[in-house]
Design a protein around this ligand. Structure first.
Ligand code: ATP
Length: 241
C-alpha cells in the first residue's frame, strides 16, 4: 500500500526559529494518525504546510503520489485535503444548514459532488448529530456544537484526508464520547490526521501516533509503543501519558 500523504525533509523557518525541522512523515490510507507534542512543538505549522496555508522553507509534500509542495491551498482542497481550523471558522450569522451548504456547494462547483445541495447538507448534519440544529444561527450554538459544525463542514468537502486541529477542545466528557464514535465512523471513508492534546482521545482513537518536539520527530508508533517510549515520557514528564 502506498502512503496517501508523504513529507520529505519538510522544513519551515520563522526568522531564526526552525518550527518544523526536516520531517519525514507518511500517512497510510484509512489510518487515524495523531500528531502530538508539547506546546510550540510545530504541530500546527506542520499541518499548515500540508494544507498549503503556508509555504515550506525546504522539503517536499506528496499527496497520493503527486508532488503538491507548491500547489495553492484551494487546489489541495479539490484533491481531497480538508482542514478544520483551530480557530473557529464558521460564519456566525448564517444558519448551521447554510454553513454546511457553502462547503457542499464547493464540491458541486468543482465536479466532485453529486446530487442536491439540501440532501448533501442533511446527510452530513445527520452524521455529526446536528440535524435538530439545522436552522439555528451558527453563532448561537454551544461551543462543542460549533466544533462539530466545523467537522461537518470538513466532511461536506468529501475529503480523502481530513485534518482536525484540536477538535475536542472545549467539549464536555459526554461530547467527547460522541466525538470518538464519530471519528471511528469518519475513518471508514477518509484518512484522519488529528492534532490532539487529550491523551485519552489519542490513545483510544489513533492507529499510529507521531510525537513532535521542537520541530523534530521525537517518536512514531502505535499507542502502546508511544506510551512505552522513554524519550516521549521525558518530553511529557508529569503529564501522565
Ligand atoms: N507565523 C509565525 N511567526 C513566527 N513564529 C511562529 C509562527 N507560527 C508559529 N511560530 C512558532 O513556531 C513554533 C511552533 O509553533 P506551532 O504553533 O506550530 O506549535 P504547536 O505544536 O502547534 O503548538 P500548540 O500546541 O501550542 O498549538 C513556536 O515556537 C511558534 O512560536
Amino acid at each position: 500500500m502506498k502512503p496517501l500523504l508523504e513529507t520529505r525533509k519538510l522544513t519551515r523557518n520563522f526568522g531564526g526559529l526552525r518550527a518544523v525541522d526536516q520531517i519525514d512523515f507518511s500517512l497510510m490510507p484509512g489510518e487515524i494518525h495523531a500528531l502530538i507534542g508539547p506546546n510550540g512543538a510545530g504541530k500546527s505549522t506542520f499541518v499548515n504546510l500540508v494544507c498549503g496555508r503556508i509555504a515550506p522553507s525546504s522539503g517536499a509534500i506528496f499527496f497520493d503520489g503527486k508532488d503538491i509542495t507548491t500547489l495553492p491551498a484551494h487546489k489541495r482542497v479539490r484533491l481531497g485535503i480538508a482542514y478544520t481550523f483551530q480557530i473557529t471558522s464558521v460564519y456566525a450569522q448564517l444558519s448551521v444548514f447554510d454553513n454546511v451548504a457553502l462547503a457542499v456547494q464547493r464540491t458541486l462547483a468543482d465536479g466532485r459532488g453529486e446530487g442536491h445541495i439540501g440532501t448533501g447538507v442533511m446527510e452530513v448534519l445527520e452524521r455529526v448529530g446536528l440535524t435538530n440544529h439545522a436552522s439555528v444561527a451558527a453563532g448561537q450554538l454551544a461551543y462543542g456544537h460549533q466544533r462539530l459544525l466545523e467537522v461537518a463542514m470538513g466532511l461536506a468537502l468529501k475529503p480523502r484526508l481530513i485534518i482536525l486541529d484540536e477538535p475536542t477542545q472545549g467539549l464536555s466528557d459526554g461530547e467527547i464520547d460522541n466525538f470518538n464514535t464519530l471519528m471511528a465512523e469518519i475513518a471508514a471513508s477518509a484518512t484522519v490526521l488529528l492534532i490532539e492534546h487529550n491523551m485519552d482521545v489519542v490513545m483510544q482513537l489513533a492507529h499510529r501516533i507521531t510525537v513532535l518536539e521542537a520541530g523534530k520527530m521525537l517518536a512514531q508508533g502505535s499507542p502502546e509503543e508511544i506510551r512505552a517510549n522513554e524519550a516521549v515520557q521525558r518530553a511529557y514528564l508529569g503529564t501522565g501519558i
